[in-house]
Design a protein around this ligand. Structure first.
Ligand SMILES: Cc1ncc(C[n+]2csc(CCOP(=O)(O)OP(=O)(O)O)c2C)c(N)n1
Ligand SMILES: CC(=O)[C@@H](O)[C@H](O)COP(=O)(O)O
Ligand SMILES: [Mg+2]
Length: 656
């Protein structure tokens, strides 16, 4: 039996000899390559934390000690060591999540995949342990060098102190990369440590160093200024940054040296004050195809050949939404030299790489710092430029105040391009881009577009970068672009009519890529004798007036959006109709205001009732009055107006 199979939980590690631990690390590495190459996932990051994670679980006692992974994409080894070794359905419905998930294990603490939050979590947990007398419980935060570029980490570091976080150990997992090499002052600082001659000397002698200095170093180290700490500070010039933050620094340590990492963690654990253990690691460690991957060292892979690292599935041939944007932003930038691009450590994933290659001086990578990205964009706009801020939709959540108060309030001409909008799928609840429509539509004067196909993306991006006195948003989903969906006509205020039926029965207002689904619904309704018109507003906020006029000419309006229903575009359409005195019944379809677990996009759309067949069934039932939804519990108010039973032909007035 392999050593890995003998590990049912972290305490099983205690019985392993140093030699066996090395074998275990090799087995885990082989497992990760073999299994993740089948399912896809964050192969590179997890290959880089094998020894560090083993060492953490050897020195600390999870779940009594809380282990917090920043972003959580590097928690596969943690899962393997805590009783979860079936990776066959990783990131798929019914399988392990790609991030920590409390429903999977008591060893999992933070489920959100939004970076840079771990130190705040750890600060809070460690304070709680202290204040509840659980002073023997430690908190370990594993934070990457990329995550350290996020502002929250510095807010937390500013609050962590001897007084309230004695049991806190921060493991900086420094592999020098986010996707690409980590940028900014923090990265330069860490890089300086990593490349300092002293570290290499230390690296060569780390095993001897800890053996020789083990016990005495512990005593000396507590002197804070002398011994190991003094030596390390001289070697790595680190005392300045961390000591002033009232946090002790231990490192740099070779994060792949099991002995050195365990010794460093033991010292940190016994220190009884917040300590940073600076582990130097390598993303993709031990797997040549990852190490030689220039783009992002296999940060996240699809299904690959484990031998070569080559993708197994040939590209479909259809362009991705990201690639359409990547090409069009260069066209726009060629024509308009005020256009600049901003990425938050995701240049290639958001499609700004071609812009950066063509105009390197006009694209800025701010690190994982979306709030800074947005407000600095407001500054760039003030200076006469037109910033295009490219983010994943889910990450704009954390910069909402900056969009509202720095961009919106100042009517700054900033364009936000939100990739991965709507249901994404395998990355789970915190990665679905499902809140942007609801959040951003309340920003006064914002203009929000959701392209239905590649042509509309190009067209709406070109329109967006011309708006200089208000924020504009272009949002589109993950994956490949669907077929072109031509309009039969366009109204004067830019609404595309995709299908028109004079009977005035049902009007479907489709947001973005829901247009394809809406057209399939219209076919199903038509087969039932229900005349359906389908429109794509293109710019969904503000709601174009021709949508109001068309709604007034129909008996039922259905809105469909790949975003949360509550406070979604549908509610805005309904409100605008009522404000305009139009009382056409409205049914808003979209995503539930719930956290939606990982599965494929199609599985999730089916689960939430957004397939064409499910929508058509719902609409037919409404039109035929098969079910009268109760607007409110009538039992509470027997005199409450009943749902109107006035016969309006095949329609039952349905007020939802
Ligand atoms: C707020 C936020 N922005 C962007 C991302 C996308 N993202 C996921 S992992 C990652 C890089 C993280 O780098 P690092 O913290 O160094 O971890 P590593 O992958 O190197 O282990 C980024 C940018 C995210 N998860 N959260
Ligand atoms: C952890 C993280 O935020 C990213 O790595 C994310 O998993 C990438 O998602 P895509 O695969 O959609 O680019
Ligand atoms: Mg990193």
């Amino acid at each position: 039996m392999s050593l890995l199979k003998r590990i049912g939980g972290p305490r099983d590690l205690d019985a392993l000899s140093p030699e066996e631990l090395e074998v275990l690390a090799a087995e885990i590495r082989a497992f990760l390559v073999a299994e993740v190459s089948k399912t896809g996932g964050h192969l590179g990051p997890n290959l880089g934390v094998v020894e560090t994670t083993i060492a953490i679980h050897r020195v600390f006692d999870s779940p009594r000690d809380a282990i917090v992974f920043d972003t959580g994409h590097q928690s596969y080894v943690h899962k393997l060591l805590t009783g979860r070794q079936d990776f066959s359905l990783l990131r798929q419905a019914g399988g392990l999540a790609g991030y920590p998930q409390r429903s999977e294990s008591p060893h999992d603490v933070v489920e959100s995949s939004h970076a840079s939050s771990s130190l705040s979590w750890a600060d809070g947990i460690s304070r709680a342990f202290e204040m509840t007398g659980q002073t023997d419980r430690h908190v370990v935060a594993v934070v990457g060098d990329g995550a350290l570029t996020g502002g929250m980490t510095w807010e937390a570091l500013n609050n962590i102190s001897d007084d309230n976080s004695r049991n806190l150990v921060i493991v900086v997992n420094d592999n020098g990369r986010s996707y690409a090499p980590t940028i900014g002052g923090m990265a330069r600082y860490l890089n300086g440590v990593r490349t300092k001659k002293g570290y290499h000397d230390l690296h060569q002698s780390s095993r001897k160093l800890f053996d020789r200095l083990g016990a005495p170093a512990r005593a000396l180290y507590r002197g804070a200024r002398g011994g190991l700490h003094g030596f390390l500070s001289r070697v790595t010039n680190n005392s300045a940054l961390y000591a002033n933050l009232d946090i002790k620094y231990l490192g740099p340590v070779d994060g792949h040296d099991l002995v050195a990492m365990q010794e460093a963690l033991r010292q940190a654990k016994e220190y009884a004050a917040p300590v940073i253990v600076h582990a130097i690691t390598e993303k993709g460690r031990g797997y040549q195809p990852a190490l030689t991957d220039v783009a992002d060292q296999f940060h996240a892979v699809g299904q690959i050949d484990p031998e070569t690292g080559e993708p197994l599935s040939a590209p479909s041939g259809a362009p991705s939404w990201t690639s359409v944007f990547a090409d069009e932003i260069v066209v726009q930038a060629e024509n308009d030299h005020t256009i600049v691009g901003i990425t938050a450590a995701m240049l290639r994933p958001t499609g700004l790489h071609k812009f950066a290659e063509r105009f390197p001086q006009r694209v800025f990578d701010v690190g994982i710092a979306e709030q800074h990205a947005v407000t600095s964009a407001a500054g760039l706009a003030f200076g006469g430029l037109h910033p295009v801020v490219a983010l994943y939709a889910t990450f704009v959540n954390r910069a909402f105040d900056q969009v509202l108060m720095d961009v919106g309030l100042h009517q700054a001409g900033v364009t936000f391009v939100l990739d991965r909008a709507g249901i994404t799928g395998p990355d789970g609840p915190s990665h679905h881009g499902m809140w942007d429509l609801a959040l951003l539509q309340i920003v006064p004067r914002i203009r929000l577009a959701a392209p239905r196909d590649a042509e509309r993306l190009r067209e709406e991006l070109a329109e967006a970068v011309r708006v200089t006195d208000a924020p504009t948003v272009i949002r589109f989903p993950k994956g490949t672009v669907g077929p072109e969906l031509p309009a039969v006509r366009r109204t004067g205020d830019g609404v595309d009519v995709l299908r028109e039926d004079e009977r005035g029965d049902v009007l479907i207002v489709a947001v973005g890529t829901m247009a394809g689904i809406a057209l399939e619904v219209a076919d199903l309704l038509s087969a039932e004798g229900i005349g359906t018109t389908v429109v794509d507003p293109r710019w969904v906020v503000p709601v174009p007036f021709s949508v109001i006029e068309l709604a007034d000419a129909h008996r039922l309006v259905i809105t469909i959006e790949d975003g949360v229903r509550v406070a979604g575009i549908g509610t805005r359409v309904r409100q605008d109709l009522r404000d305009a005195g139009v009382d056409t019944a409205v049914t808003e379809l979209g995503l539930p205001d719930e956290f939606i677990d990982h599965a494929s996009r199609d599985e999730i759309l089916r689960k939430v009732g957004l397939t064409p067949a499910q929508i058509a069934e719902d609409v037919i039932a409404q039109v035929r009055g098969d079910k009268i939804p109760i607007a409110r519990p009538i039992s509470e108010d027997p005199d409450a107006p009943k749902a109107s039973d006035a016969d309006t032909g095949p329609f039952q007035r349905v007020m939802r």
